[in-house]
Design a protein. Structure first.
Length: 209
């Protein structure tokens, strides 16, 4: 079964409280999303493998550790996931970036694909899928399914706020995917929005509402 980590760090709690406020403007919302992503990304990358390498400091030769094995790839789910990509790239600037575009049908709440562009060697990489909200879980499960169709086998999912319904669906559909969550909220409402949540993350990141 996948590993699920719900963050309890005071800085993350504080910053999530900031973005929940309806009066928080686009600039502050976007900046805080990036900051939260860096903190969540720190935890999500905890188990990356290391290798020992001999180097020379200005004083002497010594052995240090550096990342080993598979290269990394960040895959935001468009469009809201773009708000998390820069924060994660700050931590791992050499990572490649793929994009998966999905929107939620307002009637069925099911995900509909409209875009997919991934690095050619994506199947050889450690994948970090990012989306601020895990609501019904439809978009996340669909995006991860698309990545598996491209040969990806080492996938992590990062979100800022999750509903129990979405977390359950993602675990059931992809039990091999590790999940790191900033906050686990109460439930979904009748429109498929997370309660208490923070509204539409994409609209608030890009100032479109």
């Amino acid at each position: 079964m996948s590993k699920v980590v719900v963050m309890d760090h005071p800085l993350i709690r504080h910053k999530i409280g900031m973005i929940r406020r309806k009066e928080t403007g686009t600039k502050d919302f976007r900046q805080t999303i990036s900051e939260i992503t860096m903190l969540i990304g720190y935890e999500a990358t905890r188990d990356l493998p290391l290798q020992k390498v001999e180097i020379e400091t200005p004083i002497c030769k010594t052995t240090v550790e550096e990342l080993r094995g598979r290269k990394l790839c960040i895959v935001p789910i468009l469009r809201a996931g773009l708000g998390m990509a820069d924060g994660l790239l700050t931590l791992i600037p050499a990572a490649k970036v793929g994009h998966i575009g999905l929107y939620r049908d307002p009637e069925t709440l099911n995900p509909v694909e409209y875009f997919c562009k991934l690095p050619p060697d994506v199947g050889e990489r450690e994948i970090f899928v990012v989306d601020p909200m895990l609501a019904t879980g439809g978009s996340a499960t669909a995006a991860i399914g698309m990545l598996k169709d491209h040969g990806c086998r080492h996938i992590h999912f990062l979100c800022i706020i999750a509903a129990p319904e979405g977390l359950k669906k993602l675990q059931e559909e992809h039990p091999d995917v590790d999940i790191t969550v900033g906050a686990l909220d109460e439930r979904l409402n009748e429109h498929g929005y997370i309660v208490p949540g923070l509204g539409d993350a994409g609209d608030r990141i890009f100032g479109t509402k």
